[in-house]
Design a protein around this ligand. Structure first.
Ligand code: B12
Ligand code: SF4
Length: 510
């Protein structure tokens, strides 16, 4: 079968495509787990953000796929629907499969007959997709394939859920990066690739989609496989590697072994990025952090979530962000940040502001923390992604004020609190964050001077979009700039010059 796999072009405010264009790890994993006789092409449309329609048309002509698979997050839903309609206009008989977080957790947004989706893969797709393609090729029924919803006439039928893959038992084969057809992956000028070392998490933070997606579990690939995978990425040109594990810091001893293995394999000349919890880093950081630095870790995304205890309780993120000592229970964010920075690493600070009980002072306290202690702010608003406990809570309390999934990009405030309007919180975040981003430029310059020389001006223009000379000199109210910025952001989201087939129907979010 001829298969084309697409990830969506929509990008996130804190990872602008001038500086960050990462491959979607899911697609290479799917490609690597299909039977080898298929012709598979992968296209990450973030690499063609300004020419999505033309790129899809070219890919359809060049690869003549029998099946197109799309990987979709919730805020990319409308884009994906347009892409599907465009694909169908080019080939009426092509089979369409959708997977990833949004189709898995909000399948009812994908089953409308006018959309023309043939199958929805729920949860991990590596084995399910292989079995689906096999069954279609051999004309077999789909009813025996776990983890699937498929079209049967006018109806969609669901099969039982699939258990999480046992990575330790070799359920998932290595990814196939050779299937990628577009180029230009970058992290501030250095070619980047993604590598998985484990999947899953045993915590249950209320805002996170992971538990509904796959249950509470944690499975690890062998260290040898991870090293081979990093070598493969390096051989294909990567100079930075993002370890995309859901929560690598669940097993700190293994993380330390991985650092040793990277050093022993001579792969520590690459830059590594990883995301982790603050508590294990605060507790084990004195040995872990120097080791991470020797292994080449440069950026650590810390899921700080909030520096105030009552907000951590609301987010159910207290256990991973605090520890108990003689002084009682203390937030571990600052200790973790200090340890990482002392050992020469940069902290990307993940914070969530605008929780239901937040007042101006609590939002300001978190913004002040970010200003003082993080190198790159990754501040978001609580977003009711499908299926999360937080979403149910917000709905029950009537706090969701925006039901448009395209706005669920993390930096648009779509829920209200008891004391603050969403727009007010969004304004506070936006106003504070731009200057934090400017402060990061010298660190980037020291590491990648040519990137800054070539792109610095565009980066600044992106960060400050909406500003004018008048606003720069304080002659214009910041709220006016903010409104212009929001209008620009709304226009930017129109990535595909093709109508959404379901535009006039109410969009189910959950
Ligand atoms: C790495 C990561 C990123 C990277 C993305 C790198 C990249 N290009 O892939 C970065 C840091 C840039 C990022 C940013 C964002 N992310 Co993110 N990210 C993750 C993370 C940690 C791991 C995803 C991953 O690569 N997993 C490994 C692969 C192999 O697994 P997978 O993606 O799940 O794919 C499997 C299945 O889903 C399925 N599948 C996926 N696609 C398809 C397609 C087909 C056809 C089929 C059959 C199957 C299938 O099969 C795959 C293999 O088993 C997850 C989860 C988490 N714990 O936080 C969040 C997560 C996916 N991100 C999320 C979000 C919201 C975002 C942001 C909007 C904001 C944010 N919270 O950071 C931005 C927007 C990204 C953008 N496009 O610009 C949400 C999605 C929620 C939702 N319902 O949409 C998640 C779940 C986190 C959460 N908050 O709960 N993210
Ligand atoms: S610790 Fe991280 S991956 Fe685990 S549930 Fe919380 S946010 Fe999700």
């Amino acid at each position: 079968m001829r298969i084309l796999l697409l990830s969506m072009p929509d990008s996130f405010e804190h990872t602008p495509t001038i500086a960050v264009r990462m491959p979607n790890g899911a697609l290479a994993s799917l490609a690597g787990n299909l039977d080898p006789h298929h012709h598979v092409a992968i296209a990450d449309l973030v690499l063609a953000q300004s020419s999505v329609r033309r790129t899809v048309e070219q890919l359809m002509g060049q690869h003549r796929p029998d099946l197109v698979g799309l990987s979709v997050m919730t805020f990319q839903r409308a884009t994906a629907r347009r892409v599907i309609a465009l694909v169908r206009s080019l080939n009426l008989n092509v089979r369409i499969v959708v997977g990833g977080y949004d189709p898995s957790l909000a399948p009812d947004a994908w089953d409308h007959p006018d959309l023309g989706v043939d199958a929805i893969v729920r949860g991990e797709g590596d084995v399910t997709f292989r079995e689906l393609v096999r069954a279609w090729e051999e004309g077999q029924p789909l009813t025996g394939i776990a983890g699937l919803l498929f079209r049967d006439g006018d109806q969609f039928r669901a099969t039982p859920r699939r258990e999480a893959a046992r990575l330790d038992r070799g359920d998932v084969r290595p990814p196939s990066r050779s299937a990628r057809t577009l180029s230009g992956y970058t992290l501030m000028g250095r070619p980047i690739d993604v590598v998985e070392t484990s999947r899953g998490c045993t915590f249950d933070c209320s805002f996170c989609s992971i538990i509904e997606m796959r249950g509470r579990n944690f499975f690890r690939f062998s260290i040898e496989r991870v090293i081979d995978d990093i070598r493969d990425a390096e051989a294909r040109g990567a100079r930075s590697i993002f370890l995309v594990d859901d929560n690598i810091t669940l097993d700190v001893e293994r993380f330390e072994s991985l650092c040793h293995a990277i050093i022993a394999a001579g792969l520590n000349h690459l830059d590594y990025l990883v995301q982790g919890m603050t508590a294990p880093i605060a507790t084990r950081g004195e040995t872990l952090a120097p080791l991470m630095r020797r292994a080449g870790f440069r950026y650590v995304f810390l899921g700080i979530e909030n520096v105030l205890d009552e907000d951590l309780v609301f987010l159910k993120a207290r256990a991973k962000n605090s520890r108990t000592n003689a002084a009682g229970r203390t937030n571990t964010a600052l200790t973790a940040v200090n340890i990482l920075r002392r050992h020469g690493m940069l902290v990307v600070g993940g914070l969530i502001v605008g929780n239901p009980g937040d007042r101006r002072e609590s939002v300001a306290a978190n913004l002040e923390f970010a200003r003082r202690y993080v190198d790159w702010p990754y501040i978001q608003h609580p977003t009711p992604y499908p299926g999360t406990p937080m979403t149910r809570d917000f709905q029950q309390r009537g706090l969701v004020v925006n039901e448009r999934p395209d706005d669920y990009d993390g930096t648009t405030a779509v829920t209200r609190g008891e004391h603050l309007d969403p727009e007010e919180v969004e304004f506070m975040r936006w106003q504070a964050e731009r200057w934090m981003k400017v402060r990061h430029i010298p660190a980037v310059f020291r590491h990648d001077p040519w990137f800054v020389v070539r792109n610095g001006r565009r980066m600044l223009a992106h960060t400050f979009r909406g500003s004018t000379w008048r606003s720069m000199f304080g002659l214009e109210d910041e709220h006016e700039v903010f409104q212009r910025y929001r209008a620009i952001r709304t226009r930017e989201r129109q990535y595909v010059d093709w109508p959404d087939p379901l535009e006039r129907l109410p969009a189910p979010v959950h």
